[in-house]
Design a protein. Structure first.
Length: 111
């Protein structure tokens, strides 16, 4: 039986998936980004639907926390990884911008 919390979470996920489809149709996101987020939201919906089974699997694997706690831990680790990747990308863009500015300055001095 689906609880009220699960139903609300599924409604929110369905809303977010429709927004994602709209963004894809308006070409605001790439195909890879669409696939990544669609997979994430479908996985989230499945985790919500099969929460009891997830609790059972978590217990069988030897973890003392519930399945939802394990999902939160995994999500936190994933977020830290994405933040790390974004920081690397921003640092690379900063270096590229510095190089470009330096080249433009040198070209202006030659003129």
């Amino acid at each position: 039986m689906i609880s009220l919390q699960q139903l609300l979470a599924l409604i929110i996920i369905i809303f977010l998936i429709t927004r994602l489809i709209n963004q894809k149709n308006k070409k605001q996101i790439s195909g890879n980004e669409f696939a990544l987020w669609l997979t994430f939201w479908i996985g989230s919906a499945l985790a919500i639907l099969f929460l009891k089974e997830l609790d059972y699997l978590t217990a069988r694997l030897g973890f003392t926390a519930s399945g939802i706690n394990l999902l939160f831990y995994a999500a936190t680790l994933g977020l830290f990884y994405f933040i790390f990747r974004l920081r690397l990308r921003v640092a690379k863009l900063d270096r590229d911008l510095t190089d470009l500015t330096r080249e433009m300055t040198l070209l202006k001095k030659k003129d």
